[in-house]
Write a protein that binds this ligand. Sequence first.
Ligand SMILES: Nc1ncnc2c1ncn2[C@@H]1O[C@H](COP(=O)(O)OP(=O)(O)OP(=O)(O)O)[C@@H](O)[C@H]1O
Ligand SMILES: Nc1ncnc2c1ncn2[C@@H]1O[C@H](COP(=O)(O)OP(=O)(O)OP(=O)(O)O)[C@@H](O)[C@H]1O
Ligand SMILES: [Mg+2]
Ligand SMILES: [Mg+2]
Lengths: 251, 251
Amino acid sequence: MAVANQKGGVGKTTTAINLATALAACGERVLLIDLDPQGNASTGLGISNKQRGLTIYHALLGQATLAQATQPTAVPGLHISPSNPDLAAAEVELIDQPQREQRLARLRGDMQNYQTVVIDCPPSLGLLTLNALIASDSVLIPLQAEFFALEGLSQLLRTIERVQKTYHPALKLEGIVLTMLDRRNRISMQIEQDVRQHFADKVYSTSVPRNVRLSEAPSHGRPALVYDVNCAGSQSYIQLAKEYLQRQRGQ
Amino acid sequence: MAVANQKGGVGKTTTAINLATALAACGERVLLIDLDPQGNASTGLGISNKQRGLTIYHALLGQATLAQATQPTAVPGLHISPSNPDLAAAEVELIDQPQREQRLARLRGDMQNYQTVVIDCPPSLGLLTLNALIASDSVLIPLQAEFFALEGLSQLLRTIERVQKTYHPALKLEGIVLTMLDRRNRISMQIEQDVRQHFADKVYSTSVPRNVRLSEAPSHGRPALVYDVNCAGSQSYIQLAKEYLQRQRGQ
Ligand SMILES: Nc1ncnc2c1ncn2[C@@H]1O[C@H](COP(=O)(O)OP(=O)(O)OP(=O)(O)O)[C@@H](O)[C@H]1O
Ligand SMILES: Nc1ncnc2c1ncn2[C@@H]1O[C@H](COP(=O)(O)OP(=O)(O)OP(=O)(O)O)[C@@H](O)[C@H]1O
Ligand SMILES: [Mg+2]
Ligand SMILES: [Mg+2]
């Protein structure tokens, strides 16, 4: 599952880390792939720069297997393929390679040991996000209830349609998750209502409230579910994992 | 001046729009270049999709002059070169062009009529941001007082150094502006203190508080300074413009 949205700062990494952790806590064997050169998902799971010897960059360029570029995290059942700024070079280095958009999909064989693979995407619709969409069964869209974020949603949905037509017809929209929701903010509430009306059951009933503990957890190198399981943020991600599993079973 | 930070959602567009508006209100002739395919700066200044016939994309690819790709905004003294999602294609189309990173710098001649040019950058360190850094005299870094945003700062500063060494020695760091500052948030306050200690006078004394009116203004297609000049957000951008002009004069 790709966690994607070209709008910046909408909660992609926070959702990828905490949903992956909550799924692992439910007993799933989960792999988190950090496909953002910023490496925030790796940092948020306590992977230091020294521990990022082999990264998803090496696996994409065929310099290592996915298994070699994967390591366990402090969360039982959750493994990660980390990233660092070198990954930014992959976009240029893969430009003249054949099937440059299928490099991640070609690694699917190595993902069989995991029940769920979550991919954290960078804030763009470039080659890295394209690789994630083509390699995934579904795409989860974290949506901040703000005007600029809403404006970008139609562009993202058009891109997903193009990927379905040109590369990967089986790609489906997993759903839209409203993030950083502030009940006191009139505009946010209005946007939530509009989105639920327009996209109906594509929108997860679980939404994630704005919760400062979610932004504190990364500085401790731990997911919010480990840092403070009782906070509103963690509870909403546990709820989100349950709803995700229900939707999977319901299919 | 390039407004850049590869971390997403830190307030680049909000800063570019409102600082450009405040400078225009001080009597400066200002051009805002929207170099982000999301086109948020264009939307925030009320440019509809229909009005984006000629965009910065056309000027970068030499299909139009910068003057043809520029239009006035509702703010007196402020012009804009808008963008739309087509701009995302420029990164690939320019890949095998000579001096692809200098395309914007080559348009500097057409910018002479303006006293200040503000460039809103996308959340990445790719070809578009590289063009902005090489075309600019200085770079302004909006910094959200959050852990992931702080982590990306050193990577951004390294990129700026590389641009100074390889392409544009005269590029200077205009400064760091703390955005979305929440006085009630312990971590934010700690980060503000650390940044001010570490970067000293490179950090603007003006910081921008978290203020919901700033996120409401774009839905009305107007800068916050026009939508609600008395709100805390607008006042801080007016203050920021004054500090910018003082620092320019002090040089
Ligand atoms: N629900 C929330 N409440 C409060 N803070 C949050 C919440 N979700 C995320 N944050 C914080 O907001 C910032 C942006 O979130 P995050 O980095 O997860 O977004 P992103 O979409 O991955 O950003 P990018 O586009 O740069 O990859 C981070 O500092 C994060 O800690
Ligand atoms: N000081 C502030 N207080 C409250 N909301 C803000 C503030 N500054 C920006 N915002 C809102 O936060 C969101 C992110 O800001 P903005 O879009 O300007 O960031 P950006 O860095 O340009 O994002 P991107 O990386 O996607 O280009 C927007 O919805 C904006 O309206
Ligand atoms: Mg992220
Ligand atoms: Mg922006």
